[in-house]
Design a protein around this ligand. Sequence first.
Ligand SMILES: Nc1nc2c(c(=O)[nH]1)N[C@H]1C(S)=C(S)[C@@H](COP(=O)(O)OP(=O)(O)OC[C@H]3O[C@@H](n4cnc5c(=O)[nH]c(N)nc54)[C@H](O)[C@@H]3O)O[C@H]1N2
Ligand SMILES: Nc1nc2c(c(=O)[nH]1)N[C@H]1C(S)=C(S)[C@@H](COP(=O)(O)OP(=O)(O)OC[C@H]3O[C@@H](n4cnc5c(=O)[nH]c(N)nc54)[C@H](O)[C@@H]3O)O[C@H]1N2
Ligand SMILES: [Mo]
Length: 766
Amino acid sequence: MSDDDLNHSATSADPDTPHAEGASGGWGSLKGIARILGEESVSPVALRILAGQNKPGGVMCPSCAWAKPAKPHAAEFCENGAKATLWELTRARADASFFAKHSVTELREWSDHDLELSGRLTDPLRYDSEADRYVPVSWDEAFAEIGRELRAIDPEEAVFYSSGHAGLEASYLYALFARAYGHNNLPQSSNMCHETTSVNLQRLIGVPVGTCTLDDFETCDAIFFFGQNTGTNSPRFLHPLKRAVERGCRIVTFNPVRERGLVEFVDPQNPIQMTVGKPTKISEEYLQVRPGGDVAALAGMMRCIFDRDDEVGDIIDRGFIGEHTEGFDAMEAAIRSMDWSDIERQSGLTHAMLSRAADIYMQAKNVIGIYGMGLTQHVGGWLNLGMLVNFLMLRGNIGRSGAGISPVRGHSNVQGQRTVGIAERTASVPLDKLRDLFDIDPPQQDGLNAVHACEAMLAGRVKAMVQLGGNLVRALPDSRRMEAAWPSLRLTVHVATKLNRSQLVPGQVAYILPCLGRTDRDEQDGQPQVVTIEDSMSHIHASIGSAKPPSERCRSELAIVAGMAAATLPSSPKLHWDAWTRNYDLVRDLIAATYPDEFHDFTARMPTPGGFYRGNAARERQWQTETGKARFTTPDTLTALGEEPVDETMTLVTLRSNDQFNTTIYGFSDRLRGLEGSREILLVNRDEMARLGLEEGERVTLVSAVDDGVTREVAGLAVTAYDLPNGCVAGYYPELNPLIPLSYHETKSQTPAYKGSPVRIVPKGA
Ligand SMILES: Nc1nc2c(c(=O)[nH]1)N[C@H]1C(S)=C(S)[C@@H](COP(=O)(O)OP(=O)(O)OC[C@H]3O[C@@H](n4cnc5c(=O)[nH]c(N)nc54)[C@H](O)[C@@H]3O)O[C@H]1N2
Ligand SMILES: Nc1nc2c(c(=O)[nH]1)N[C@H]1C(S)=C(S)[C@@H](COP(=O)(O)OP(=O)(O)OC[C@H]3O[C@@H](n4cnc5c(=O)[nH]c(N)nc54)[C@H](O)[C@@H]3O)O[C@H]1N2
Ligand SMILES: [Mo]
């Protein structure tokens, strides 16, 4: 295959691909913030909070988990961080009168966007099935009934979910509550996200998290990006990236979509560059790999590396491999036996392209591998990560400064919640310590993750679902099936800031408990409280909210968790739920006592600029794997897809727009992709449109091609020509979640295959 002979026809200059409004981060991004400011009428308080965001003494962004530098920019927030903050600080209120006016049946007709637009929740609410309305109740009543309900069931029938927002203190107590009560059913949003990372990096290099810190980005020579959309999902990362490019670091990107932020960047904090309008080119090579084709792309680059090593020697770091790793020979044999035509077909990239990318890798002393959902949300996510670790280890690029593997995490505290015990797998949890500290008998067996909890729910084995944040009914795969199962629950409890769809499928006993957001002032006993979070690079930061809470009746997440626990569990001299609620320092002391290596002197170290680092064994080349070595992976296939698309079957990739945070839809402008106005769209390339006889704007139905007796379809999607590889279609999450079968998930961690499920397009009238 030659470079012109690519398996996708469209290019960035494709007349049918809507044109993006210039480089990401430039004027457009400031306009985006201004629009939200206009919509939400920004108060001086909001401006003050934004000015201090991600800086010592300020609030840590409620949006993504990207690292917070020790020396922040004047404005250390991005377009999407500003949206998240202002969305939380809205003046709109979903208060008692709102719920008196709207029945639950009526609210179910509202869109995700309109539901959250109703504003902040102000009162504890209980569902009244006769009136079909949520009605205000007192906190005491709510806690008492929740406690009664939980005591009436077997603890194993309860599931305590968390979305990665709540701080370390509330999260630690939530996990303690679950274990004292008697279960490990602690699924978290990462079960739909980076669980592939937690399970597989642990297996391969002995840590469940990435090995890089921000400093590494100042000395790396090349960065390889796989399926992570920086411009939209972690825009502050564009600053270190731009600096890296300016000092000569070379960037190679693998992504089926040409995402603007990785193509070029205009720094909104650099007025000169903005006026001159000269963007920085980010990626030297931008390779539009087929979904699931990263395995083949990595195999191709590794073939080139082996070939060069044969010719000139000294390319492969045999010293590192001999001392630190196992499994190299079998892996090498498998890669050498692969056929270039298979590699090209599966990756959708040519030998020449992969050879150019491999050259960049071989010319670089220090290389960082970055990845996101493009690698994790596939059936073969484990193989994606195995191949990326292989690739990096070939030249000793793990456990050395300027190099490493760097998953970019999602929710602001998603990683930290896992660190302090929100874990359905008990291997990582010091259960003995909990037993000693609290005189409890924590269950030993693993609990349910998100997919297993759904299966148990469909089988009628779950009776209570408590949600600390999040919007499971929309975020889960097979969302229509799961939504239908929800009302069979006996108890549903939502600790939330805003109204969402999950709350509108109440169990027989159903509560919404309104909590403070990260930006709100949290006072207990007249004292301001601080919470902490862990960023994507394992640094722990204090976060101090200062906005007036939306109502006097909102409580902190920690207070709500402690209130539910106290009402459920028998009193005990070792469980001081009230005292812990009055002073969060006491909870930090408990975290330090449970995890002394990482969290010693927690409260004292909390204000460290840039956060305090809790360390990483793999970074020190200590491999806490089963064998004490880092492990190479031998590929047995060249794709991460569960099955290859054939004939009319296409691979569905679900995307986030630039105007959403997960199921929170801020608006309808996917500015960086040049897509405006509607989320009910299906992106297809022009060749595929011609092959399938589709017209631009034509309404089609997308149906799942997984044949297991369940009908899965989404109708009314407008066909939109877009520059994508052949054999795949793309559209938005969460609208397309009814199409992802629950059973279609990563093999080792059950992370749903949101980036690679088989579908068929049915034209209207067919
Ligand atoms: N503004 C904003 N920020 C967010 C979020 C948000 O919704 N909005 N969500 C937060 C959360 S929870 C998370 S987990 C992160 C998610 O952030 P990301 O990890 O960036 O996740 P996605 O945007 O889902 O997809 C990333 C990219 O994968 C590409 N891709 C799809 N399939 C493949 C493939 O097979 N191979 C390769 N190489 N690429 C592929 C897509 O084109 C897309 O550009 O962002 C966090 N930050
Ligand atoms: N098809 C498809 N599906 C996906 C994905 C995908 O890429 N494609 N991505 C997956 C990923 S990576 C993730 S992480 C999940 C996300 O799944 P979740 O984390 O469950 O969903 P969110 O949309 O982040 O949750 C939004 C809700 O959280 C509540 N909330 C907001 N702030 C706070 C707070 O401070 N405290 C509390 N208690 N509540 C708060 C609000 O009520 C809001 O409505 O979705 C997954 N689903
Ligand atoms: Mo996520």
